[in-house]
Design a protein around this ligand. Structure first.
Ligand SMILES: [Zn+2]
Length: 263
């Protein structure tokens, strides 16, 4: 569409300000809840990373455009939801997964929570947010401990089996530590147990082998067994982490993302 004919029904400044205030400057996506205002890290000014997002698009051809809306309805606060930049981007690029009713329910629930905690004071705000955030927060921590861990993709590391063992040992203790923040049997706990089981079966296969002296040699049955076990481990962990990331809308970062299979 040519920009000359495209008219956008933007929110007036007052509507943007009200949306931000009503959301207490937190992103309204229940899985995100990122704070969108604060101080600059080094400078003296305030930093705003929030965004008054249109539920139904401001212009023809935009995401969730609703032809029956009048320009006034399109510009009204009822057609807005406060989001961080990342979530604003996500709901517009994947508009079919985020229908108007989904975004309206985000705003309704988020504003209701803010209203409740505003009356109860700040400490309960943090508690409530933690309760709502625990699972995605944990999912993100699990994913991040796998990202950029060379053992899952670098050929070079596989040539030094003892390094692989050390890295997996460390990973195992980090995962075990994370489990202590989980409620036993909940989805995140189950995911961690499964990751630990996968690492365990790798160690079971290579148990009899001295990994310190083992070197790449296709005629050595111990090497072949190590190589096979590492291949299976990489594939299984890659799939599990990619599935976890997808369930919690976490974008995989770094080298791992190029090696993880897409769930
Ligand atoms: Zn967000």
């Amino acid at each position: 569409m040519s920009t000359a004919t495209k008219s956008r029904d933007e929110f007036p400044v007052a509507v943007k300000r009200d949306l931000a205030t009503r959301a207490a400057h937190f992103c309204s996506n229940p899985r995100c809840l990122r704070l969108t205002a604060g101080p600059q890290t080094k400078g003296k000014r305030g930093l705003g990373t929030g965004h008054a997002a249109h539920i139904c698009a401001a212009a023809l051809g935009g995401p969730r455009y609703e032809p029956t809306q009048t320009p006034d309805q399109r510009r009204s606060i009822e057609n807005g939801v406060w989001l961080c930049r990342e979530c604003g981007d996500m709901v517009d690029k994947d508009a079919e997964s985020f229908e108007p009713e989904v975004l309206r329910s985000w705003r309704r629930n988020h504003e209701a929570m803010i209203a409740e905690v505003r009356q109860k004071g700040w400490s309960s705000t943090i508690e409530l947010m933690r309760a709502g955030q625990a699972e995605p927060g944990l999912a993100r921590r699990i994913v991040s401990i796998f990202e950029d861990r060379r053992v899952f993709w670098a050929t070079f590391d596989a040539e030094f089996p003892d390094r692989v063992r050390a890295s997996l040992d460390q990973l195992r203790s980090e995962l075990t530590k994370l489990r202590s923040d989980c409620i036993a049997g909940n989805p995140i706990d189950t995911a961690i147990v499964s990751l630990l089981r996968t690492i365990r079966s790798f160690f079971d296969i290579v148990e009899q082998t001295d990994l310190v002296t083992l070197r790449c040699d296709s005629h050595d049955p111990n090497w072949r067994s190590f190589e096979g076990a590492l291949g299976a481990l990489r594939k299984s962990i890659g799939f599990q982490v990619a599935t976890l990331a997808e369930s919690y809308s976490i974008r995989l970062q770094g080298e791992f993302s190029q090696h993880a299979p897409h769930a």
